[in-house]
Write a protein that binds this ligand. Structure first.
Ligand code: NAP
Length: 259
């Protein structure tokens, strides 16, 4: 299926690894010119090289912290008029809300709510004027089913979801859609490193821990970031122009609700 986005430009945030990287790879396979952003240079250059080898298309790799104003300026200087914007950043740390200071809350809201809103603000009017735009926010399954120790994430991402729900209905008549992708458990570096710590705390081997954890996913396994990237590419496709303001759970059936 041709997704009809060959030659479009995409700004993909937090994209040297994991889910952001998978989105950039899937978009690049469709012929989209991608600008990828992450802080660490090494992984960023490696991913950029992998994308180039996929199709030899244009890839820009910007080393920046997307949660800062300077980082966002650097990303937008490299890709000032994206047709596709994939918002992503690291998630806030787990913990007990009794220990979180105002500063901890501001950091989480800044990274996982205000950063995507700032990037949408900088790019959406251009998309509407050009009559094509796709914004995808990578949020979390915690938006639908809160995860107790991830209160900072539950709250900041829900704030973004509420904002997007309103805006997405205003932009769609200009062929600009805004949707959220809610990952369940995907086998990324983040999941691996958190699993190492959790396995240690539980006094079991990493293999035992991962096996137990994967068994509670109805699919019986963790998600492959490739599956996430391909779904993102579809949501960014020409064919997806009638889909906006949606929250797509990609979780192997973990969310137990009927709706
Ligand atoms: P990951 O494998 O750790 O990859 C994170 C990527 O984001 C890396 O490329 C990292 O590169 C970049 N990054 C992090 N903070 C950044 C910043 N401030 N500015 C620019 N780039 C930044 O993580 P992931 O599993 O793909 O997770 C992506 C998002 O999905 C996170 O918000 C996570 O909480 C959420 N999520 C993931 C899962 C899952 O199962 N994997 C489930 C639910 C929600 P640098 O560190 O070099 O900047």
């Amino acid at each position: 299926m041709d997704l009809g986005i060959k030659g479009r430009t995409a700004l993909v945030c937090a994209a040297s690894k994991g889910l952001g990287r998978a989105c950039a790879m899937s978009l690049a396979r469709e012929g989209v010119d991608v600008t990828i952003v992450a802080r660490g240079r090494e992984a960023l250059d490696k991913t950029a090289e992998e994308i180039r080898s996929l199709r030899g298309g244009k890839v820009l790799a910007i080393s920046a912290d997307i949660t800062t104003a300077e980082g966002r300026s650097a990303a937008l200087a490299a890709c000032p008029q994206p047709d596709i914007l994939v918002n992503n950043a690291g998630g806030p740390p787990p913990g007990d809300f009794r220990n979180w200071s105002r500063d901890d809350w501001i950091k989480a809201v800044d990274a996982n709510m205000l950063t995507p809103i700032e990037l949408i603000k900088a790019t959406i009017d251009g998309m509407m004027a050009r009559k094509f735009g796709r914004v995808v926010n990578i949020t979390s399954n915690s938006v639908k089913a809160p995860i107790e120790e991830l209160g900072l994430s539950n709250a900041a991402r829900s704030g973004l979801t509420g904002f997007v729900a309103g805006l997405a209905r205003k932009t769609v008549k200009h062929n600009v859609t805004i949707n959220n992708l809610l990952p369940g458990q995907f086998m990324t570096d983040r999941l691996k490193s958190r699993s190492v710590l959790n396995a240690e705390a539980a006094g079991v081997s990493l293999e035992q821990y991962l096996e137990t954890r994967s068994k509670v996913i109805p699919a019986g396994r963790f998600g492959d970031p490739y599956e996430f990237g391909e779904f993102c590419a579809y949501v960014c496709s020409a064919q997806a122009a009638f889909i906006t303001g949606q929250n797509f759970l990609i979780d192997g059936g973990t969310y137990p609700g009927t709706y």
